[in-house]
Design a protein around this ligand. Structure first.
Ligand code: FAD
Length: 391
């Protein structure tokens, strides 16, 4: 018996699966051979279709033209999109519910709603050379001066910056009450004083890059601060909660496709007179993979359902960490086994198993490493006890 999903949720699952299989997956190999980039007309079609399906406004409130879907529905959608390699599923930006709570009406019109229509693209700049796992060590400053903030600092790993036209940037506020507190800002990419310092290559083949940016006396209107000075970390926590849950979902989708691929291959591949599916060492790899996927998927769905039930936010936060930790580590083990089952064919870049093997690795690092997720879970456990977390 599968996890009980409503007819509406199953319909979202079907639509997302169809989009992944019919629109995106056919272009994976092309993307792999062309630095992650598909032809412009194809990229435009992928984006238009994502927006038409509603994928850019799943989390946005109804009052602003969003769909306000339950988190469980969103997880089910992102799980299906996780079946796709080369980040082709990042075909459109998404407006998140917390943005509508945090932003002024002017900010919503200028920055947030255009994410839903596809008119604008965002990126998120928190990490610095000396502030990755510990954002408290951040040194980028925003100094209030004559009605403007002046930004100085350097941000690393700014995913999708090459496609974005504005940043959510976190900085330490100076020069007003709230001194040394963290705040979040909208910064337009074309603001004077922003310089790309580096654009390193990474283990995956994505069209979205992760460059390093320097901010040299970048002046932005004071009205670009999101919420109060001091609210920066709490918005970033909202971002993390959602991203961790959706990473967990994508990892489950990737693992499901990998296991299907491996099972099909094992039934067809004959070695020493027998399909390798008959060999118990191969069966063990398949069985472990499915069992671990099932556990990770249940945790991910349940974390989403807890959020939908409005359970204590700190407890939900912990469950999102547990889901991300479990699902990302599970998917990496599954990818490793599936490459092994394919043998030499699993090392070819045209094989999705090889691409997942490289691509899934970062899911144990970004949006908080596995070690940081463990720290979050342990601290929450020490505060709330087992009963307080899992009943
Ligand atoms: C491809 C990619 C895209 C990214 N995109 C973005 C983005 O869009 N925006 C953004 O802001 N950031 C982004 N990041 C940054 C990412 O979130 C950080 O890399 C991550 O948080 C880890 O920080 P770090 O790399 O500085 O590692 P460090 O903090 O230097 O950690 C190094 C090692 O020490 C471990 N460690 C650290 N502290 C502890 C501790 N207390 N206990 C035990 N172990 C510990 C870590 O787990 C890790 O294994 C991206 C990173 C990558 C690789």
């Amino acid at each position: 018996m599968a996890y009980p999903l409503s007819p509406a949720t199953l319909e979202w699952q079907r639509k997302a699966r169809q989009y992944a299989e019919q629109e995106l997956i056919p272009y994976e190999e092309y993307a792999e051979l062309h630095e992650g980039v598909v032809p412009p007309d194809i990229a435009a079609r992928h984006k238009a279709r994502a927006i038409e399906l509603g994928l850019s406004r799943m989390d946005a409130p109804l009052a602003h033209g969003g769909l306000a879907l339950p988190k469980l529905d969103q997880v089910v959608v992102w799980e299906q999109l996780g079946r796709v390699t080369n980040a082709l599923c990042w075909s459109a930006s998404e407006a998140h519910a917390w943005m509508f709570e945090a932003c002024t009406p002017q900010q919503i019109e200028r920055y947030v709603k255009p994410l839903m229509t596809g008119a604008r693209c965002e990126c998120y700049a928190i990490t610095e050379a000396e502030a990755g796992s510990d954002p408290g060590a951040m040194t980028t400053t925003a100094r209030l001066e004559a009605g403007q903030y002046v930004i100085n600092g350097e941000k690393w790993f700014v995913t999708s910056a090459n496609k974005a036209d504005f940043l959510f940037l976190q900085a330490v506020v100076t020069g007003e009450a709230g001194e040394r507190q963290h705040a979040l800002f909208f910064v337009d990419m074309d603001a004077a004083g922003i310089v790309m310092a580096d654009n390193p290559l990474f283990g995956h083949t994505f069209s979205a890059h992760h460059p390093t940016y320097r901010f040299n006396n970048v002046r932005i209107p004071a009205a670009n601060r999101i919420g109060a000075a001091g609210d920066g970390m709490s918005y970033t926590r909202s971002w993390f909660r959602r991203e961790r849950l959706m990473i967990a979902a994508r990892c489950c989708g990737a693992a499901a496709r990998l296991i299907d691929m491996a099972a099909e291959f094992a039934k067809a591949r004959v070695v020493s007179g027998q399909p390798i599916a008959e060999y118990q060492l191969i069966q063990a790899m398949l069985a472990d993979s499915l069992t671990e996927l099932w556990g990770a998927r249940l945790m991910t769905y349940e974390a989403a359902a807890m959020d939908d039930r409005g359970e204590n936010l700190s407890v939900v936060h912990t469950h999102c960490s547990m889901a991300k930790l479990t699902a990302s580590e599970m998917a990496n083990r599954v990818a490793d086994r599936v490459v092994q089952i394919f043998g030499g064919r699993g090392y070819m870049r045209k094989n999705a198993a090889q691409r997942f093997y490289r691509e899934l690795r970062v899911d144990r690092i970004w949006e908080g490493t596995s070690e940081i997720q463990r720290l979050i879970v342990a601290r929450s456990l020490l505060k709330r006890g087992v009963d307080g977390l899992i009943g």
